[in-house]
Design a protein. Sequence first.
Length: 232
Amino acid sequence: MKQPRMSVPVITIDGPSGSGKGTVCRLLARTLGWSLLDSGALYRLVGLAARNHGVDMDNHPALEVLAGHLDVQFEPGDDEGGELRIVLEGDDVTQAVRSEEVGALASQVAAVGAVRAALLARQRAFRIQPGLVADGRDMGTEVFPDAELKVFLTASASERAARRYRQLIAKGDTVSLPRLVSDIEARDRRDTERAVSPLRPSPEAVLLDTTGLGIKEVFEHLLRLARERGLA
Ligand code: C5P
């Protein structure tokens, strides 16, 4: 007889910026009817709150306090893609939080161990029935080490920069592709070389290189993996 599952099932999807995680995680969560944790948004919010409050990136105790007391709401948005509206201290920051500048601040605050520790309980609170899709860098290694399915997505730096370029241009931003490539490489370096929770695949993770693959192909591959494990 099949044993009932005791804990809330989790699918972790980790990988560097631009590997396609955000979109496939949203699709997967919607298809399964599960919750979604966009952990990158939490680090971005700490970076944005630090900038708004004039907190220096070297002031680790103040960054820890900000991370532990983030006043944020994730509300259902009205666009088709299912993107949530993010409200920080009463202000709608849905767009601001996605900027390249805030991404760079996020990767600086993310290198501070006390900030990571302060966000741990908040991230784990997203694990509610019937299941959770968790998007990030250390979801499978640190935050949900007991996840039922762990995936690590990669793609070449130039392909990731090109994807980001298309997203930003579609939003009407002015960006330079060579600048995006060097920013992505710098962010990868910071994320993989940091002492605390560096970006690396869990030994149990399924590795998937998405270079040359479309979102639909990646999504279908993940859905197949979820089905193989009895999660869908
Ligand atoms: O995924 P996103 O680009 O929104 O993440 C922004 C930054 O937050 C990353 O470059 C990384 O430094 C940090 N991050 C992290 N751990 C996570 C999610 C994001 O360190 N689980």
